[in-house]
Design a protein around this ligand. Structure first.
Ligand SMILES: NC(=O)c1ccc[n+]([C@@H]2O[C@H](COP(=O)([O-])OP(=O)(O)OC[C@H]3O[C@@H](n4cnc5c(N)ncnc54)[C@H](O)[C@@H]3O)[C@@H](O)[C@H]2O)c1
Ligand SMILES: O=C(O)C[C@H](O)C(=O)O
Length: 351
C-alpha cells in the first residue's frame, strides 16, 4: 500500500509538471482538475513564436500585464517548457502552451489579441528583406489560422520584413473574407522606443519625457523619424539630425552588435504596444501610438503613422503633420522602397 508520504510527494510533483496535456499522463492531479480556468476579467492573448528570442521575454512581460487573463503560448519548438516556466509566475493570467501546427487552432480560438514574433531573424550582413522567403510562408500559415479561429482578434505583426508581412496578412484575411484593416497592425514601436532613447541622450533628458513620431515603415530608409515633431519641442543642428536619423534607421544592426537581432528591447516595445491595444480594446480614451497600418495618408496602401487605438483596433489614422525639408526628402526615399516591399507581399499571396 502506498504510504501517506508518497501520496503527498505524488500530489506535489503533479504541480511541477508543465501545464500541457501531453505531459499530464503521469500526474495525480490533472490540469482539468485545477480550478484556474482563466475566468478572471481581462483579455485573452496569444503569442505565436513564443519560444523564440523575442517570444520568451514577451511572454514573461505579458504574464505580468494585469489586463491579460489568459495567455496562450504557441511555437513549433519548446512551447511546453517555456509555458511551464512562465506559468510559475504568481501573476493573474492563466498560461497554456501549444506545440506545433496541430495545436495552432486550439491556441487561437477565442483570442482578443494575437501577437506574432514567429520567424527567422537577421544574421550579420542580411537585410530584413532577405528574411522574406522563409517568413512570408510562416506568416501566411499563422494568419490563415487567425482568420479561421479568431477573425475578430487584433493582430500585432512583428515578424520581418514588416513592410511585406503586413500586406501578406491583409491578403490572407481578404481571401478568407475576414479582413478588417483596423485590426491588423505592423509593430514599429521599437523604432519609436529607440528614437525616444537616442533623442533623450542628445538632449540630456529622461527618455520617458520624450515622444518622437516615427513614420513610414520598418526597414532602413523607410524608418522616418519626425524630429521636427518631437516632444518636448526641440531644435536639432543638421549634424544632430543626420546622426539621430541614421542611428534610429540602423538601430536593428546596432542591437546585439551585429550578432543577431534585437530581442529584449523588442519584447519591451511589443508589450508597450500590446498594452496600448488592450487599453484601446477596454475603451480607454486617447490611446495613440505609431503603427504600420492600412492607410490613406500617402498614395501607398500601407504606411506607419500615429493611430488612435480603440475597441475596434486602429480607429483613426493620423495625417503626417508638417514636415521640414530634411523629412520631405526622407519621405520620398521611404515611399520608393516601401512601394516595392508592399507589392512583394501582395504578390506573394495573389500570384
Ligand atoms: N518588428 C520589429 O521591430 C522586430 C524587431 C526585432 C525582430 N523582429 C523580427 O521578429 C522575428 C523573430 O525574431 P527572434 O529574434 O525572436 O527569432 P527567433 O529565431 O529567436 O525566434 C523565432 C521563433 O519563431 C518560431 N517559429 C518558426 N516558425 C514558426 C511557425 N511556423 N509557427 C510558430 N512559430 C514559429 C521559432 O521556433 C522560434 O522560437 C524575426 O523575423 C525578426 O526579424 C522584428
Ligand atoms: O533589425 C532587425 O533585423 C530586427 C528588427 O527589425 C530591429 O529593428 O531590431
Amino acid at each position: 500500500m502506498e504510504s501517506v508520504a508518497n501520496q503527498r510527494i505524488a500530489r506535489v510533483s503533479a504541480h511541477l509538471q508543465p501545464p500541457n496535456s501531453q505531459m499530464e499522463e503521469s500526474c495525480v492531479l490533472k490540469r482539468t482538475d485545477c480550478r484556474a480556468k482563466g475566468g478572471a476579467p481581462g483579455f485573452k492573448v496569444a503569442i505565436l513564436g513564443a519560444a523564440g528570442g523575442i517570444g520568451q521575454p514577451l511572454a514573461m512581460l505579458m504574464k505580468m500585464n494585469p489586463l491579460v487573463s489568459v495567455l496562450h503560448l504557441y511555437d513549433v519548438v519548446n512551447a511546453p517548457g517555456v509555458t511551464a516556466d512562465i506559468s510559475h509566475m504568481d501573476t493573474g493570467a492563466v498560461v497554456r502552451g501549444f506545440l506545433g501546427q496541430p495545436q495552432l487552432e486550439s491556441a487561437l480560438i477565442g483570442m482578443d489579441l494575437v501577437i506574432i514574433p514567429a520567424g527567422v531573424p537577421r544574421k550579420p550582413g542580411m537585410t530584413r528583406d532577405d528574411l522574406f522567403n522563409i517568413n512570408a510562408g510562416i506568416v501566411r500559415t499563422l494568419c490563415e489560422g487567425v482568420a479561421k479561429c479568431c477573425p475578430n482578434a487584433i493582430v500585432n505583426l512583428i515578424s520581418n520584413p514588416v513592410n511585406s508581412t503586413v500586406p501578406i496578412a491583409a491578403e490572407v484575411f481578404k481571401k478568407a473574407g475576414t479582413y478588417d484593416p483596423k485590426r491588423l497592425l505592423g509593430v514599429t514601436m521599437l523604432d519609436v522606443v529607440r528614437a525616444n532613447t537616442f533623442v533623450a541622450e542628445v538632449l540630456g533628458l529622461d527618455p520617458r519625457e520624450v515622444d518622437v513620431p516615427v513614420v513610414g515603415g520598418h526597414a532602413g530608409v523607410t524608418i522616418l523619424p519626425l524630429l521636427s515633431q518631437a516632444k518636448p519641442p526641440s531644435s536639432f543642428t543638421p549634424e544632430e539630425t543626420e546622426y539621430l536619423t541614421k542611428r534610429i534607421q540602423d538601430g536593428g544592426t546596432e542591437a546585439k552588435a551585429g550578432a543577431g537581432s534585437a530581442t529584449l528591447s523588442m519584447a519591451y516595445a511589443a508589450v508597450k504596444f500590446a498594452d496600448a491595444c488592450l487599453r484601446g480594446l477596454r475603451g480607454d480614451a486617447g490611446v495613440v501610438e505609431c503603427a504600420f497600418v492600412a492607410s490613406e495618408v500617402t498614395e501607398l496602401p500601407f504606411f506607419a503613422t500615429k493611430v488612435r487605438l480603440g475597441r475596434r483596433g486602429a480607429e483613426e489614422v493620423y495625417q503626417l503633420g508638417p514636415l521640414n525639408e530634411y523629412e520631405r526628402v526622407g519621405l520620398q526615399k521611404a515611399k520608393k522602397e516601401l512601394a516595392e516591399s508592399i507589392q512583394k507581399g501582395i504578390s506573394f499571396i495573389r500570384k
